[in-house]
Design a binder for this molecule. Structure first.
Ligand SMILES: [Zn+2]
Length: 160
């Protein structure tokens, strides 16, 4: 019996491997009736007229690509998904972090912050427009997540 038990334990990975991360994404897509379109190097989420949901995600190779997949699902089913662009991006990351089955590493969190940095730069470069992209209010979670990047090149836009 003892031998048998040890054998079983050895078969269970101590930390979820890529196959398990992939399985979790598939389970979530099944749960929410989301189709996974062909792989895309950049993630994207689509809600078709009529309600069909689809994501395109990079191949899951580790934590960052797994979190990107969860983020795209978050765009479709998470709270605050209809918020203005930058806020919706942060909200989709909140959904990903609430639903991840692995504890994100510092590097993963940093990569999330960097992605929000990128959106902020995009929005700041378009503030001259008649309808500029909205900069999230100071109390929005956007700023806390963005701070994970560890960079503060533009401190004037950092939340108080
Ligand atoms: Zn996004």
């Amino acid at each position: 019996m003892a031998f048998r038990r040890r054998t079983v334990e050895r078969e269970v990975p101590r930390r979820p491997g890529v196959a398990l991360l992939e399985a979790h994404v598939k389970d979530l897509c099944e749960e929410y009736s989301i189709t996974i379109a062909s792989a895309s190097s950049r993630g994207r989420a689509i809600r078709y007229v009529g309600g069909a949901l689809e994501i395109a995600i990079p191949e899951i190779r580790g934590q960052v690509t797994y979190l990107i997949a969860l983020h795209e699902i978050g765009h479709l089913v998470g709270a605050g998904r209809s918020a203005p662009r930058l806020e919706a991006e942060a909200n989709a990351w909140v959904w990903a972090l609430d639903n991840t089955e692995v504890e994100p590493t510092d590097a993963s969190l940093k990569s999330i912050g960097r992605r929000l940095d990128g959106y902020l730069e995009w929005a700041l470069a378009r503030q001259y427009r008649k309808h500029p992209p909205r900069i999230p209010p100071p109390d929005h979670v956007f700023w806390r997540l963005r701070a994970l990047s560890g960079t503060s090149r533009d401190a004037s836009w950092a939340a108080p």
